[in-house]
Design a protein around this ligand. Structure first.
Ligand code: IGP
Length: 261
């Protein structure tokens, strides 16, 4: 399965990084940074109405290269200008062609919070996310034990960051709630066969208490999709490919949001 490969290559990447900056060192640096209350990912998506988390990615394991032309900074500025609540930036290099530098530069430039989109398998990456200016990290339930989820979530909070906890099925949603998650995301894409089904997040929404923020992730393409998710109490949507493929990203966001033109 793709997740196993991703976890393996991520572990290797983190071990290489530890040779340059040790775990102790990065932990100390990250803990010494102040907490930016104005850039809370949680608060940004808690607002009334459905929030848009807009993603910046050049490639994906299911589609290969999505965007030949990749002016990531211009895209981030466009997302912010059109009212995105947060920006998700891929930093995984092998399958998504992400880079830490993209996240660092974007986080310095925009005022809205950023989410580090990577495969967290070591707390080292949480400290790193803080140093890269991220406001949130991703924790994928199927990659972590309940104990790991609890301890990673605690480290995230200590750093003043938010954790988006990603689940795919009932069991994982229970795990996400049990570890104390306050933002739970359900991926509509099945990572075993890459099929997309929006009913996955709609169905699982009912298992998550209303006071936990709920994000529907992947495969969202039309204003009807948004309306359907909103009608089913989804607090935020995470959209990548639909924006990355559109020439005019601002217009696409307005269209999905149903703005009067
Ligand atoms: O491009 P899409 O289909 O709109 O999906 C965005 C996002 O949900 C997807 O990139 C994603 C969801 N969970 C992930 C975990 C890791 C990497 C990427 C993802």
């Amino acid at each position: 399965m793709i997740l196993d490969k991703l976890a393996k290559s991520t572990r290797k990447r983190v071990e290489e990084k530890k040779k340059i900056k040790s775990y102790k060192e990065i932990e100390r640096e990250a803990l010494s940074l102040s907490i930016n209350q104005d850039k809370s990912f949680y608060e940004a998506i808690r607002k009334d109405g459905i929030s848009f988390i807009c993603e910046i990615k050049q490639a994906s394991p299911s589609k290969g290269i999505i965007a030949e032309n990749f002016p990531y900074m211009d895209i981030a500025i466009e997302y912010e200008a059109v009212g995105a609540s947060a920006i998700s930036v891929l930093t995984e290099p092998e399958y998504f062609k992400g880079k830490d530098e993209y996240l660092l530069q974007i986080s310095e430039k925009v005022k809205i919070p950023t989410l580090r989109k990577d495969f967290t398998v070591d707390p080292y990456q949480i400290y790193e996310a803080k140093l890269l200016g991220a406001s949130a990290i991703l924790l994928i339930c199927s990659l972590l034990t309940l104990e790991e989820l609890k301890s990673y979530n605690k480290i995230t909070k200590e750093l003043g960051l938010s954790a988006l906890i990603e689940a795919h099925d009932e069991e994982e949603v229970k795990k996400a709630i049990e570890c104390g998650g306050d933002i739970i995301g359900v991926n509509n894409r099945n990572l075993k066969d890459f099929t997309v089904d929006l009913t996955n997040s709609i169905r699982l929404r009912e298992l998550v208490p209303k006071d936990i923020l709920f994000v529907s992730e992947s495969g969202i393409q039309t204003p009807e999709d948004i309306q359907r998710l909103q009608a089913n109490n989804v607090d935020a949507v995470l959209i990548g490919e639909t924006f990355m493929r559109s020439e005019n990203k601002k217009e696409m966001i307005r269209k999905l949001r149903g703005d009067e033109i």
